[in-house]
Design a protein. Structure first.
Lengths: 221, 221
DNA sequence: GAATGTGAACGTTTTCACAGCA
DNA sequence: TGCTGTGAAAACGTTCACATTC
């Protein structure tokens, strides 16, 4: 697959940069809503709390989108970032584990608005299976491969308990899913080349407890 | 506040390292359950998918916990990491926004087991206010300051919609909260020195769409 | 002998500073 | 003149390799 503009290989962009590109993308969305059509690197970078030079370096991974002396055209830059981030297309996904977190994700508007579309839900609880949840059919986890067979599904979310996560991951890989967002607090291992991103709420919480333990207290009364 | 062992200042440990320390901590917990009392840097680092040299460097931020030629004593290292990560004490927190995500968090065992304890919930919906949720009282957001006045609360979680997040953040800061975990998809700004960590599910999802857009397809049938 | 702890080498990311262009 | 795009420098993080200690 070739994805280059001006010799730039988007697959080589570091993950930190991708995350910032998404911030710029979100900030640009806001500017569009506000009817602002032009923005400079320092204005945009202020909106997302980064240095202007960093914004420009980040964009340099992707191409040249601005006009010297003038800045960037908001909607043009937004479209370009959409392209690089893969947000110009629809992404179908499935979810395994219709617990509280799973339900929260199915209902999360932020995914819908970015073109992520849920196609099927999997669980093991007899009461849930067969009952559509918000119009999405719920199947037994063992049916994953056959159910998603002819759908164009490349993304799977795992919101099952930790002890079930690895087996669910294996089933997703078997079903030819190529990217997984894992919310279970375990490290998943796969033989096949699968892109796995982990979201660990305890880990984020621990950054708070570390901070509070070792930085000056605000005040003591 | 002084938090040092052998001249090491725990407040200077980079965030990436903190996150890995928590991984080691979790892996050690598993070893304890399995009854393993001694571990080498290479064994432990294999468990969490990092290089042995990195594990040792990471620990070097904190002190010297091993024995040359022998390795680390599992429970000793676990305790030391607990101390550095602030996990040896109980942390009270409050939550603003009892939506689906809020409910998922209140019920998340991973926080309880790490000593995080929810003390109050805040919302604006008349039906929710006054009805305890899982034994936690639900108050109107405007009551935050008075409600948590005499509780020892330093952490606040924000799970309200994006447009309400900044005002909730302001109220938390007013109520003397010093660390915030923000799940709303907006950048929060504060005048006071507050530690804010953001959890953004769309952002993680976009790393998947970027990956799928620009790396070789697994196969084409 | 075995495995830690750590300086030095290496690689990556951020910041600086300014050349180049509208 | 103003702001982008980019080399060069600085800061930061990771890996190597080995002296040190048990």
């Amino acid at each position: 697959m070739e994805n280059e503009i001006n010799n730039r290989d988007f697959s080589k962009i570091p993950k930190v940069v991708i995350k910032r590109l998404f911030k710029y993308h979100s900030a640009l969305e806001k500017l569009i809503i506000d009817g602002i059509s032009n923005v400079s690197s320092s204005e945009l970078s202020d909106d997302v709390n980064v240095k202007a030079s960093q914004l420009r370096k980040d964009l340099a991974y992707c191409g040249e989108f601005g006009t010297r002396g003038k800045g960037y055209e908001v909607s043009y830059l937004h479209d370009k970032l959409s392209e690089i981030l893969g947000l110009q297309m629809e992404w179908n996904y499935i979810l395994a584990g219709l617990g509280r977190l799973g339900r929260a994700l199915v209902n999360y508007k932020g995914l819908v608005s970015r073109g992520f579309k849920i196609k099927a839900i999997f669980d093991i609880s007899a009461e849930k299976i067969g009952q559509p949840y918000h119009d999405i059919m719920v199947y037994h986890i063992d049916e994953m491969q056959s159910v998603i067979q002819d759908m164009d599904i490349r993304i799977g979310l795992i919101t099952v308990p930790a002890d079930a996560a690895q087996s669910v991951c294996d089933k997703m890989v078997e079903a030819k899913i190529s990217a997984i967002l894992n919310f279970a607090p375990v490290l998943l291992k796969t033989k096949d080349k699968v892109f796995i991103e982990r979201v660990d709420i305890s880990r984020e919480m621990v950054t708070l407890s570390h901070y509070l333990s070792h930085h000056e207290c605000q005040e003591k009364d």
